[in-house]
Design a protein around this ligand. Structure first.
Ligand SMILES: *Cc1c(COP(=O)(O)O)cnc(C)c1O
Ligand SMILES: [Zn+2]
Length: 420
């Protein structure tokens, strides 16, 4: 555990002790960054020491996390993270790049990136003796909490919008969480969980509200640097390697904020030498943060979200400010892509790299295509694209991307005709 010192508000910079606040800044509602005791981490650990760990999960980074070991060895809670980093020369050459990597977080226990956050929030819940954890979710955060809660033997309550994809609702239910489908949007479900947590004394996992979600999500930054140092011949082991550009799909903005925090942690520790350029990718139908980026303002205006990428369909981003800064402070950018480009990204990732992503999960790739055409990324850049969720999460969207199968009679003649 990395010496958890407390929190700092991302808006007003006021610091709070570990027991002074629980969720957001009481003054201005700003998201809180977890403050760690870096000196202590530096003395207690090193990249070489972490790289020697035989724990191939997020828990190998326990020295850099503000929680204690959650136990439950041998359960899915211990299998979160250390997802594969695939090199795709075929897609690289299609895009005119030399060095392209796909970080496939659809390969987590509940098939999305959200497991990272839910696992760390559950570790926190245990240490503050919470009895029930609640979350609002468009599907994946809830499934991740439900699955991790089942593994950690913790009761969970999930509130999701009624229009969540069927497979995600099934996932919520099968893990035995108490599931309520709210007649309304994700934002309506979000507000209701805050009231419920307050009234019933539940611990609230909500994205862009609970400071520990970003601490879980930052582990992806650690993995990217460590895995690149293992597989990339350009790297100078034992120090960890930073890509030139990193593409991340953005809804609430908590994944990109968490990953930015991860790189900042490593830089503060002196474990990496520079930051990657971080690119946030939104759907044009849900582009509140992109709009603020384009207008060069930190005032993020809500939108009426409408995109097939349900996991990034957000009216009012709950972690917009930090998301915006992740791109700005690192020399990256925000880009927005159309739903047709997201469907095309699903086809390309599946057909040319063997990676099946849900729409939001493929969105970062569509953003890379857009960024290349805007000359934000060049041939010499080493690029990592984050795939955040598995395609089986949303079969209907996959069918939309893949088209219909041809029906034939069970005869060779019929097959021959269909082949031609
Ligand atoms: C939640 C989610 C995102 C977006 O994360 P934010 O923190 O809301 O920006 C992207 N892809 C998938 C698959 C997700 O579940
Ligand atoms: Zn504040």
């Amino acid at each position: 555990m990395g010496g958890f010192l407390g929190y700092r508000c991302s808006r007003c910079n006021v610091e709070y002790g570990p027991h002074e606040v629980t969720y957001i800044c009481p003054d201005d509602g700003g998201n809180l960054d977890v403050v760690l005791e870096y000196e202590r981490i530096r003395n207690a650990s090193s990249p070489a020491e972490v790289s020697a760990s035989s724990d191939y999960s997020i828990w190998r980074y326990l020295p850099l996390l503000p929680v204690q070991d959650p136990g439950h060895e041998g359960t899915p809670l211990r299998a979160v993270g250390w997802t594969p980093l695939f090199k795709s020369d075929r897609i690289a050459s299609r895009l005119g790049l030399h060095d392209l990597w796909l970080k496939d977080d659809g390969r987590n226990p509940t098939a999305s990136f959200k497991d990272r956050a839910s696992a760390v929030v559950l570790a926190r819940a245990r240490s503050i003796n919470a009895e029930v954890v609640v979350t609002a979710s468009t599907g994946n955060a809830g499934a991740a909490l439900a699955g991790m809660a089942a593994a950690a033997e913790m009761p969970a309550v999930i509130l999701a919008p009624k229009n969540a994809p069927e497979a995600k609702v099934a996932q919520l239910l099968i893990f035995g969480a108490q599931v309520f489908l709210v007649e309304g949007s994700y934002d309506d479900a979000f507000d209701l969980t805050l009231e419920a947590a307050e009234s019933f004394g539940w611990y609230c996992r909500n994205t862009g509200f609970n400071p520990f979600t970003a601490e879980g999500k930052k582990t992806a930054a650690f993995e990217i640097c460590e895995q690149l140092s293992l597989v990339d011949e350009r790297s100078h082991a034992p120090s960890w390697q930073v890509p030139d550009a990193l593409f991340i799909p953005v809804g609430d903005g908590n994944i990109i904020s968490g990953i930015h925090k991860g790189f900042k942690d490593l830089q503060t520790l002196g474990w990496i030498e520079q930051m990657p350029r971080i690119f946030g990718v939104q759907s044009v139908g849900s582009a509140a943060i992109y709009n603020a980026y384009k207008n060069d303002t930190e005032a993020i205006e809500p939108v009426r979200a409408n995109t097939l990428a349900d996991s990034i369909s957000v009216d009012f981003p709950r972690d917009g400010l930090r998301a915006l800064r992740a791109a700005k402070e690192t020399g990256g950018a925000f880009v927005a892509v159309r739903d047709e480009a997201i469907l095309e990204a699903m086809r390309i990732l599946a057909r040319e790299a063997g990676v099946f992503a849900e729409p939001a999960g493929a969105t970062a790739y569509a953003g890379l295509v857009e960024a290349i055409s805007n000359k934000l990324v060049g041939a010499s850049d080493q690029v990592v694209v984050l795939i955040t969720g598995n395609g089986l999460k949303d079969v209907r969207a996959a069918m939309q991307a893949a088209g219909e199968a041809i029906v034939i009679d069970p005869t060779l003649e019929s097959l021959r005709r269909a082949l031609s």
